[in-house]
Design a protein around this ligand. Sequence first.
Ligand code: NG1
Length: 401
Amino acid sequence: MLNRIKKLKNIFEQKFSDTGLIAGMFAAPGRVNIIGEHTDYNDGFVLPVAINRNIIMAAQLRTDKKIKIYSEEFDQKLEFDLNNISRNEKNSWSNYILGVIKEFQKRGKKLQGINIAFTGDIPIGSGLSSSAALEVAAAVTIANMHNINITKVKLALLCKRAENDFVGVASGIMDQYISALGQKNRALFIDCKSNQFEAIPFVTDTYKIVMCDTRVKRKLVDSEYNQRRKECKEAVLFYKENLRSNINSLRDVNKEEMEKTYDQLFNYSAPVAKRARHVITENIRVKKSVEALREKDFVKLGKLMNQSHSSLSNDFEVSCKELDLIVELARGIKGTIGARMTGAGFGGVTVNLVHRDYLEKFKKIVRAGYEKKVGKKPYIYISDPENGAKSLKEFGENDEY
Ligand code: NG1
């Protein structure tokens, strides 16, 4: 990261003149969800980790009310007025930062003008949550520069509001929580109903988290995602009528109840019955995964990840041939103890647990096998669970935010 920090400092100096006011640098990571897919909007459980890819942001206060933002990735410098923040339809990347600024303003914070430059190495649009990282990096930057005392939980909730209300994506809390609250060698067990979380030790010298990016554009994802949400709601209505009136989400239905009524629901709608079965069993798998981590039983965790993929592919039907191919190739390699798609599906990334002695073999076989059938190589990233958002006080010195 040191080189990127130096590079960003140079960029900042080229793009902006020194105002002499408070300056600083901050970073917020992307994430991968180890298990717990399509459970967040069903009031369920997720188990993400922060990864070693970040948005890094350099900033300095200004004496006026202007906000100037430079994105290295888009090579664009935009200017806004603090007194008149509205959505930018043309340069949508800026909305993640503007939305965060707006949220601070909504909370009555008097902000000063600010110059911002940022860069990042989280691939955009592949399901590693570069957008939440950008929001969290912006929030940490704004809070620090203005001496605003805010807990990490409140900061993550503020970013979620920015995403829901300003950017306009009805996401859950997972991405902003893990980017703000991630911890080195820990996964975050999040209850998406209560927003409570617990950092679970994810300690292993033997296994690495490997992400494989299919590089498939997630074409169907929006319509299919909304369709799945609708089907889950339909299942809740069915259970409410046929089981108990106090069922308000799939979280409230246990496995026995689901199995007892499976045929009845299947006769009403086969997809709805299958979606419900995925969510209800996935919540159980997340809780078992937490147990596995507490027991340091990574083989057990890997098996649960494999089961999660089958359930997402067969019952929730959000996988695609490229994801299934990478999962199949990965599973064929000795040293892979778990492989599954992660994120919304229809493309994006898989997450794997791979023995460190087999990493090179893994990369070689997955790249070659995928290229042979799909015509391009997948991108492969390797990470341990990392810390969440932090201040980069000085070059190379990583202080916890
Ligand atoms: P990805 O595909 O990682 O952006 C999406 C949702 C999550 C969750 C997963 C499925 C957004 C921004 N994120 O994740 O909240 O529902 O799908 O588990 O919509």
